[in-house]
Design a protein around this ligand. Sequence first.
Ligand SMILES: [Zn+2]
Length: 212
Amino acid sequence: MTLRESVCWANRALRTEGLVTMHSGNVSAYDPETDTVYIKPSGVDYDTMIPEMMVAVSLTTGEAEGKMRPSVDLPHHLFLYRNDPKIRSVIHTHSNYATAFAAVQKPIPLVLTAIADEFGGEIPCAPYIDNEGDHIGQGILKYRTQAPAILLGNHGVFAWGATPKDALKAAIMVEDVAKTVHLAHQLGDPIHLDPAEAAKWWDRYHNRYGQG
Ligand SMILES: [Zn+2]
């Protein structure tokens, strides 16, 4: 798959995974060799999206190629690529359970081993940030932790990774654990995991899990 194709695949997956509704949400990825960011076009139905519609943008100039207009969230994606070379793919959603935490400006607490595995600690929540200029990008860098995702107060989720697949996994896991923690709250007060225990789960998952 080319990077353009993976960006289209991940955008469509937002819909099939139930993370977005109508035209909300977007995925991008960055290819440093060609200085190109591929991002979802603005206001296009997910089920009609094809790779050719992904908008190619120069990271240096911020200028888009072709006729399609890029997602209005482009500036936040560009800011993250310009300021953290490890980030190669960015996803933004308003997925329901995670965004419910954002609505009350609460982090998703460290109460599950799955949270320790994927995020290493609680998933932080930034305060409300307006969408002018680089405010959202700056806020993400200011309030993020080691976790590859953050909640933005009163708004939604940003997740990232080395590839669209990694960023998609983070976006899916944020929603999955938010749902479980919400259900746990119906039963009582969720019990916090010891950060030292969480570090062990994180280490195992990042260094020994899977097929290498
Ligand atoms: Zn948004």
